[in-house]
Design a binder for this molecule. Structure first.
Ligand SMILES: C[S@@+](CC[C@H](N)C(=O)[O-])C[C@H]1O[C@@H](n2cnc3c(N)ncnc32)[C@H](O)[C@@H]1O
Length: 356
């Protein structure tokens, strides 16, 4: 008997078979749950009595045959309850809080849509494994819309109630300050702030034409909010802003240090920089028990890291972690970097630092 046969652990093999089946079913169900979100099926079942597939199809205005197959997948996956006696389906109240639009940032079917989006670039990512380089932003056509939905849910819940108090800038915003958001995407954060604080001026910067077009459209009523298309590694403003934010917009940059130096330059002395980045350690061994870590490293490989590499960038990756982030912020000139968090946003670290 060779050595590998001697140490072969049958229980471990059996247990891994279950793990593999769980992964396969989870992957399949994440696509179906993304469809459930997009079609509004979870929302029409929210708080409703048990109903047949025909009743649910009628309520949602969807094809019964598809709805029935989707309900079957959801029932087998333990997402929705099935009552065999009258062939009815019900969304349990205990599940609805993670699956419906009313749940805002707790609705996991929103980030789950990323699985389908990433699937669209699988072939390009496989090519990049062979040839190096990366997959550029224009290969992710629905990225800005998805990002806007995902972070918008969070901004609606956290920006005014938690983030503004965290920064201690409520009074300044009421009186009138200059605030910028770099890598602003579709501009939801600044639209919310712009309508809440009419005496302040807000400017968003992003390289994405789609993102800026959506941002301008979404804020067309607001005269104190503006958006500019620009490469954040070449920010022009010098000492023009009192507060600068970046939400999830440093780790996927091609040249993150140039962006941070630009942020530092654009702040007035004594100004505040809020850098929001995925909650992670720079060490794999610290992340390995994090229940969200497999998802984080997958999104990194298939989006955040690859878009940076596509432009000859550093490819920091989603899990660049608080240790590396703190080093970057310090090297860019920020002092007393404080790492904190906010309620309703468990997946991000909030780095608050000052320009001396
Ligand atoms: C993960 S998204 C976050 C968007 C937005 N802050 C939010 O939370 O919804 C990262 C954003 O950084 C932008 N971005 C990437 N590279 C950039 C660059 N070189 N200059 C300006 N923006 C850039 C992308 O277009 C994208 O909108």
């Amino acid at each position: 008997m060779n050595q590998s046969a001697e140490v072969y652990d049958k229980d471990k093999a059996r247990s891994f078979t279950q793990t593999m089946l769980g992964i396969m079913n989870g992957g399949a169900l994440s696509l179906m749950m993304s469809i459930g979100h997009k079609t509004g099926l979870f929302d029409v079942m929210d708080g409703e009595a048990p109903a047949t597939s025909s009743e649910i199809a009628e309520r949602s205005g969807l094809s019964e045959r598809y709805v029935r197959e989707w309900l079957s997948a959801m029932a087998c996956g333990g997402i929705i309850d099935y009552n065999v006696s009258d062939e009815t389906f019900q969304l349990p109240a205990e599940h609805a809080g993670l699956l419906t639009r009313r749940s805002g940032p707790l609705n996991l079917t929103v980030p789950m849509q990323q699985v389908a989006l990433l699937g669209e670039v699988e072939a390009d990512i496989v090519d990049a494994f062979h040839s190096g380089g990366g997959v550029p932003y224009d290969k992710f056509p629905r990225f800005q819309a998805l990002m806007s939905e995902q972070s918008g849910n969070r901004f609606d819940r956290t920006l005014i109630d938690h983030i503004v108090p965290l920064l201690g800038i409520q009074q300044q915003l009421e009186q009138g300050i200059d605030m910028a958001d770099v890598g602003c995407g579709s501009g939801r954060a600044l639209s919310i702030l712009g309508s809440a604080f009419p005496n302040s001026r807000f400017v968003g910067f992003d390289v994405s034409e789609d993102g800026i077009a959506a941002a301008r459209q979404n804020s067309s009523e607001l005269t104190n909010v503006a958006f500019e298309i620009c490469d954040a590694a070449q920010l022009d403003p010098v000492e023009e802003f009192d507060v600068v934010t970046t939400f999830d917009a440093i780790h996927d940059q091609a040249r993150p240090m140039a962006v941070l130096e630009g942020v530092h330059r654009m702040l007035r002395s004594g100004g505040t920089y809020l850098c929001v980045e995925p909650k992670a350690s720079s060490l794999l061994e610290d992340n390995i028990q994090d229940p969200m870590a497999p998802f984080m490293y997958t999104v990194s490989t298939m989006h955040c890291m690859t878009v940076s590499l596509a432009y000859g960038g550093e490819g920091l990756g989603t899990a660049w972690g608080h240790q590396t982030a703190t080093e970057y912020l310090t090297d860019a000139g920020f002092t007393d970097v404080e790492i904190t968090g906010v309620r309703d946003d468990r997946s991000n670290n909030y780095f608050i630092s000052k320009k001396p």
